[in-house]
Design a protein around this ligand. Sequence first.
Ligand code: GLP
Length: 255
Amino acid sequence: MLVIVKEKYEEVSKEAAKLIAAKIRKKPDLVLGLATGSSPLGIYKELIRMHIEEGLDFSKITTFNLDEYIGLPPTHNQSYHYFMKQNLFDHINVDERFVHVPHGMAKDIDKFCSWYEKRIKDAGGIDLQILGIGSNGHIAFNEPGSSLGSRTRIKTLTEKTRLDNARFFADMDEVPKYAITMGVGTIMDSKEIVLIANGKGKANAVKAAAEGPITAMCPASIIQMHQRAYLFADKDASELLIGDYVDNWESVIFE
Ligand code: GLP
């Protein structure tokens, strides 16, 4: 895993966005995996700026989101559908026909999950997956204990994750208990992974993910096995790392 550290979150976001934009320019029909949560917000802001000011073209890309709460309709202001529209899709020229977010109201969840997996496969697989990390080491909604080979499926959220996300809901009872999530195996099949982490609250998770033992108890740790995974972190999130890192990825990543 290549670790790229910058002082501040804004710089980290800009660097990661620069990498993603370069990939889109190189392959205009890129299959891009998207994440929600506060971590990728800076990346999305920068991609929107590049679209408006530099004409970065999203019209041919296909997107697949990592996860969605079960029981929230796409119009719910805490659904990940809504989040993506508000924070990215409404501001770029992505073609709605090529956008995929798991459906939290699907009648047959298992069938939906199989369909989602097939859809990713039929699109040629995910070229680049953006990921955040939960404070307990989860990726997407693959909580500690998730099988490292898992595919898209329903997961029960841990109390820790529900508590972390409670700030977005009126009260704890409203925080969903289940989600549809790409599996760890699904994520690992992506050709490249950009993991973004910021803030002291992520330092332990980042340490476990980048330098800890590979274990289902920290699903993010499997990324150490990925050939083309890049961790973009700010100083706070990377403060416990002892390994080498770089602050300029361009010479390293582009062949
Ligand atoms: C949620 C999402 C994850 C995200 C995590 C961290 O649980 N399902 O994809 O990485 O939150 O969120 P944040 O970036 O807000 O810390």
